[in-house]
Design a protein around this ligand. Sequence first.
Ligand code: GLC
Length: 549
Amino acid sequence: MPNTSSDPVSVEWWRAAVIYQVYPRSFADASGDGVGDLPGITSRLEHLADLGVDAVWLSPFYRSPQNDAGYDVSDYCDVDPLLGTLDDADALIRRAHELGLRVVVDVVPNHSSSEHKWFQEALAAGPGAPERDRYIFREGRGLDGAKPPNNWLSMFGGPAWTRITEADGTPGPWYLHLFDTTQPDFDWTNPWVADRFDEILRFWFDRGADGFRIDVAHGLAKAPGLPDVDVDPLRTGGEWADDDHPYWSRDEVHDIWRRWRRVAEEYDGDRALVAEAWVRPLNKMALWVRPDELHQAFNFGYLMATWDAAELRAVIDDSLAAFGGVGAPSTWVLSNHDTVRHPFRLSLKEPLPHGIGIGPNSPDRPDEAPALARGRAATLVMLALPGSAYVYQGEELGLPEAIDIPDDARQDPTFFSTPDGVYGRDGCRVPLPWEPDAPAFGFSPTGKSWLPQPASWAEYAAAAQLGVEGSTLEMYKSALTVRREHGLGTGNIAWNESIDDVLDFTVSDVRVVVNMSDEEIPLPHAEVLLASGPITDALPHDTTVWLRA
Ligand code: GLC
């Protein structure tokens, strides 16, 4: 796709792009089976073009038994029949390009599904066969090998190891899975694995993909000898581990990204590689986006920041310094398919670890209206910041986290792998409401929905907000227009003096004032370009305003 940017500063489109995450199972369902699909996405792409985003990132739509909603891939070069066909993928990419939208696809290189033929071949080939070296098989501990090889735990709960039974019925070795038992980890020290992934990248680049979002981009390298670790992922913030960890954020992983960068550079049109890397501090995360590695990394430091002026200012400064230090743009992200939707997350009394959600029995249940006000204020901070921003489907509608999902409707493996049924990520994955009065609010023609939609979502439907002054959808559209017209994504930030609990900064010719205190504050005299909520001559609590500087 040719570079359509008219802004000479952003020659590389991804530097200031607003990228919209589509979670295919929950965006739009054309087939009527209650699970979103590729034809459904294609039919709704105009919504994204009208919204004014630059690119779409699609979470996995590959063949998969769907034990982790598609992040368990059984064929990286085919589409899951539940979601469509390869022709549907081609049609989607073509239509997106016609509308001026780039397409970023997800790739899952840390693990495959246990149903992938590579894993099935490894099982069938038997002990000592080279096929076994594609994955991480190890003998168990204890006299009869009945204990897992080490104490690593799965991100979804329980041990990170599962023992196999050999074809002759004898108990065999164990295989590593940092996630679900059906997601065996690849052994990236085996060049065979690296070669296969080069082919997968080329397969999708050849079909027109403008980039890849790389799943678990901090997890592929494991310490030699696989030493024990002394942490429980569910109690320590999960993947976001500190230094010297036997599987997160190891130095060896960078060689893989240098190799992938070379593959991306075989192609024209600024193909972009985006890391999902839960690495901290930010200046360590920045190593993932050095000039010969990936192009962007999701800024999880920003996503995890609480609604606190000093904390937010610090993380913004640290981000710009860290990413700027290696010549990469910072990214900004508030919501995705793994975290409580940001209006609710920012309103929790106690922050939750990544991947953990809220449900019917959670004591901390924010109220919808104040949470939305805060969420909108946070959005107008994010979209003003220099760099690239990620918008998760439904946040442009102001969707609340779906809390009251009954136990028997839950889908996230976390709920089933933890002894007390820890609420996982279902609440942010509920299918989108498009029309207030249609079956499944227009998500599916039959009214089916793989996760139940709250009855109150009629008022959040896209059609109910379109053209309605003050609606969240119109606020996002206006924000993206002003962002483009004023070059916010490519500007520099200057902090203005402010009182405690107020953020006040200027980017390009836009002054952004955020009132995070409990009281209203006087509104500076200037032309109002946009506000996240009603304002008078005062700026209410939890409100952001964009003023002409
Ligand atoms: C990433 C994905 C998450 C998935 C996990 C395992 O964190 O965002 O949804 O469960 O990787 O692939």
